[in-house]
Design a protein around this ligand. Structure first.
Ligand SMILES: Nc1ncnc2c1ncn2[C@@H]1O[C@H](COP(=O)(O)OP(=O)(O)O)[C@@H](O)[C@H]1O
Ligand SMILES: [Mg+2]
Length: 452
């Protein structure tokens, strides 16, 4: 039952039948009343015409004063007009010509009236007669039996009812076929959609020759597939990247351990192996931590400890953490400006730390790094600028992708997996902002902008 109610074919067909019924009914009512009115008007004209003839006979009869001749004339004229009856009344309101059943009393001069007399519809009209001399006539009444007209109307009604029913039946059958035909493309699209699976995500719905209304839906569906495909590709390459990142440290761990076990090794060798293993394990832990952070960010984890924080002290803390490294590489750091924002200070420190560690990695010994804090139009900006080879625009766009490293061989180290800037970007997004990179004339500036 449910499938019938929710079937477009059934609904459309029923609606079309209903529309046909209403159209036929309205047209039928108009035609019926129009014909009925016209029939009444012709009856009226006929009665008035006949009254004129009766008047003419009365005028003629007044001259010779012979009522019998008058009656005779009238009968002659009415022969062959069985539906017409003429009454003549004298001054005492006695009927001197015509039959019984004359409802004259209620008729006014010139009135045209349709009444039901002894179950029959009859149209009446009357005329006063003046100067009738010795005939002493006062009034002529003429009646027309409306039964033939009523029969015509009834026949018309039956005809219209039959035509209406036939039209509804035709509409039902045709619209059922037409709607089924019209909806066939939906079935085709459904069958196409059913063949799309993870291993055939490149397939799209064929929108050639499809109706405009369906084209919109099919295009929207294809748009969803586009986005799904690219998301699926990302997941695939992410998996490949993770496997790739895990393979080297695991191979190092295995070979180091196998070597240690392959012979009786002195304690110092075993200790060295364990230290190297620990370093690899720390690297793996940092990779897993970074991946978990990004996974949480993907799930839309909201920032918990939002506070109105001055960002300069946070930048200073991060710089202090990198003091030794900076000194080793003979690098200088300058902090400029000041700004505050509603943020998680811990996450800000993590982002600044990732930016600064990159700057340290990419600045030649003796160079100086500039950390600037600015604000404009309610947006706080933290930017880390360092001298170095300018980054081409297409690379600037990819830098924030997971596992992206322009030159892995150069930056490869235990905790360098190409996730640093992806985390910076995720932190910016978690604060309603975004990360940016500008690089020109031997100066690279990477940072984040977040609303204050
Ligand atoms: N300050 C910078 N100067 C030049 N290139 C940079 C800078 N920061 C990041 N990059 C490029 O972006 C890549 C991704 O950075 P990041 O996500 O931090 O990964 P990682 O530091 O682990 O390589 C780096 O490998 C490098 O190619
Ligand atoms: Mg990095």
């Amino acid at each position: 039952m449910k499938s019938l109610f929710f079937s477009i074919t059934a609904t459309l067909t029923l609606w079309l039948v209903a529309v046909t019924a209403v159209t036929f009914l309205s047209a039928g009512v108009v035609i019926y009343w129009g014909v009925a009115y016209t029939l009444e008007q012709t009856a009226r004209e006929e009665l008035i015409g006949k009254l004129g003839i009766v008047q003419h006979f009365v005028d003629e009869a007044v001259q010779d004063g012979n009522l019998e001749t008058l009656r005779h004339h009238i009968d002659d004229v009415m022969t062959g007009h069985g539906e017409l009856t003429v009454w003549l009344l004298n001054e005492k309101d006695e009927v001197v010509h015509g039959g019984l059943g004359l409802p004259v009393g209620q008729l006014r001069e010139g009135d045209f009236e349709v009444r039901t007399v002894s179950g029959k519809k009859v149209a009446f009209t009357r005329k006063s007669l003046e100067n009738t001399g010795s005939l002493q006539l006062r009034m002529a009444v003429i009646a027309l039996d409306m039964a033939p007209r009523a029969r015509l109307l009834r026949a018309l009604l039956y005809l219209m009812l039959t035509a209406g029913s036939l039209a509804m039946l035709l509409t039902f059958t045709l619209s059922l076929q037409v709607t089924r035909h019209g909806l066939r493309p939906i079935g085709r699209l459904s069958r196409q959609a059913a063949t799309i699976a993870p291993n055939s995500l490149a397939l799209r719905l064929d929108i050639r020759g499809i109706a405009r209304e369906l084209e919109e839906l099919a295009q929207a569906f294809n748009g969803v597939l586009d986005r799904l495909e690219s998301a699926y590709q990302q997941v695939r390459s992410f998996n490949a990247d993770v496997a790739h990142e895990l393979r080297t440290p695991l191979a190092t761990l295995i070979s180091g351990t196998q070597l240690a076990l392959s012979a009786d090794r002195p304690l110092t060798h075993l200790r060295a192996t364990l230290e190297s293993n620990l370093e690899e394990l720390e690297g793996l832990k940092s990779l897993v931590n970074d991946m978990m952070f990004l996974a949480h960010a993907d799930h839309g984890t909201v920032v918990q400890d939002l506070v109105d924080a001055n960002l300069r002290p946070e930048v200073q803390k991060v710089c202090e953490f990198y003091d030794a490294l900076l000194e080793n590489s003979s690098l200088k750091v300058a902090i400029e400006g000041e700004t505050a924002a509603r943020c998680s200070p811990a996450l800000m420190r993590r982002a600044i730390s990732n930016l600064l560690s990159n700057a340290i990695k990419f600045t030649a010994s003796g160079g100086s790094i500039k950390l600037s804090l600015t604000e404009q139009g309610g947006i706080a900006e933290i930017a880390v600028a360092n001298p170095g080879t300018s980054i081409p625009v297409e690379m600037q766009e990819r830098m924030f992708d997971r596992f992206y490293q322009a030159d892995p061989a150069r930056v490869r180290s235990g905790d360098s997996h190409g996730l640093g800037l992806a985390i910076v970007s995720a932190i910016a997004k978690m604060h309603g902002g975004r990360a940016f990179c500008e690089s020109a004339d031997g100066m690279t500036c990477v940072g984040i902008r977040i609303p204050q």
